[in-house]
Design a protein around this ligand. Structure first.
Ligand SMILES: [Zn+2]
Length: 134
């Protein structure tokens, strides 16, 4: 049986994990996104941790209990999809060499930005190099 206190503890720990994953995505946004965007981890009305992008979002999809690199990749994917919904004419981030949008992926237990155009890793999530993207 799970007590209310155990559940609260679980929620707070997942929120902490989510916030750490978000830090990496935020680092990429700060260096490479033109303009400001607010990304934050919150606990929603169903008492479940979720990510908001400019104050909106949905809690679905992210596996909060998975390995850390997987969580980072999923959070990056989620933030990217929210940005595309909100800024329909922009694709962030995109490979400069192949002019193709990048997608989050896990390679050798590291969360990375992956270019499907050239089948290559552009950089780790959180270490996006502004000179390699458009
Ligand atoms: Zn590429």
């Amino acid at each position: 049986m799970t007590s209310r206190a155990d559940n609260d503890d679980w929620v707070l720990h997942r929120l902490e994990d989510l916030e750490k994953a978000l830090e990496q995505v935020r680092a990429d946004l700060e260096r490479t996104w033109e303009g400001s965007v607010l990304v934050e981890a919150v606990i929603n009305e169903s008492d479940y941790p979720m990510v908001l992008v400019n104050g909106s979002g949905s809690s679905g999809g992210i596996d909060l209990a998975g390995p850390r690199h997987q969580l980072v990749a999923e959070v990056a994917d989620y933030v990217q999809s929210q940005l595309m919904d909100q800024y329909v004419t922009r694709f962030w981030p995109a490979c400069r060499e192949h002019d193709r949008g990048l997608h989050s992926a896990v390679r050798d237990d590291v969360a990375v930005w992956w270019c499907r155009g050239g089948e290559h890793v552009v950089s780790g999530i959180g270490g996006l190099d502004p000179t390699l993207i458009v």
